[in-house]
Design a protein around this ligand. Sequence first.
Ligand code: 9MR
Length: 356
Amino acid sequence: MVSKMIKQRFSILVLLLILLTFSLGFLKEEAKNMEVPSLKEAYKDYFPIGAAVNHLNIYTYEDLLKKHFNSLTPENQMKWEVIHPKPYVYDFGPADEIVDFAMKNGMKVRGHTLVWHNQTPGWVYAGTKDEILARLKEHIKEVVGHYKGKVYAWDVVNEALSDNPNEFLRKAPWYDICGEEVIEKAFIWAHEADPDAKLFYNDYNLEDPIKREKAYRLVKKLKDKGVPIHGIGIQGHWTLAWPTPKMLEDSIKRFAELGVEVQVTEFDISIYYDRNENNNFKVPPEDRLERQAQLYKEAFAILRKYKGIVTGVTFWGVADDYTWLYFWPVRGREDYPLLFDKNHNPKKAFWEIVKF
Ligand code: 9MR
């Protein structure tokens, strides 16, 4: 009898201990979550904080997106080959999923992108210049029209400038066949399709002094002609070595002279010093994460300084378990360019930009 009672008490004690351990773990987890401040809240007096996502990421990153971001950019789903794969055939499905998620959660959407030399099917360039322009006009009317009132800003033209210092526009069918006219027309037609949308010229390496001046020249010409253009998107694909935050500041100041807004539209900082560095880190080295965090910190101090001119900052991804850098320029190489690690926990870079 006595031993039965002892056994009973012992089992109750064990049960209580198990319960206690569980609730402590739960409380610890809760406390951890509570301690992580919201990035979008920290920046509410500055600019929206965006992330590029695909239509699956909205589920895999749902919690991070809802807590930290108030703007989304479809990473590929509004590009021509996805949204308009065949003549007169539009597939809005994947992009709609992202836009619906954004609308449900009170987020803004950046549209990306209407004119680009990549991810555009060959049939788009068939025929004469007039036929190509007519095709583009229909495309813009359909796509911008479909998202009227939902997409607040469009990357109308993406990466039109050449990387060759002696060449202005890049060698690509859009510009070889239609010249600068295609850029002007794209902005005009996008404005016709949604007069309230902010229209951006978007490009990479705009921190580079030569490319910076090319963008200045291009946008100045458009402005002088009265073409509706409201902003310049500096993509912001950085390495640990290039560019410097100072170069970013110089570009913001230069573009501000044109009276346009500036956004960082595709921010990420690779863990490598060189795009072709001969390393593949299975675990990111501490010193590199530290340097990455310092670069983000300095960049964000500049972005905050130009609040009002800088009207948005978007990261090209959410957490290090999914980034386009796994596929480029070295296929299969690990990289860790974002604010959250592979387990979706905040990295040093996150803490450096959220506390100021
Ligand atoms: O992140 C995008 C990747 O999934 C695509 O395969 C790639 C195709 O070219 O485009 C990537 O996004 C690019 C963006 O649309 C424009 N600026 C450079 C981005 C990274 O390449």
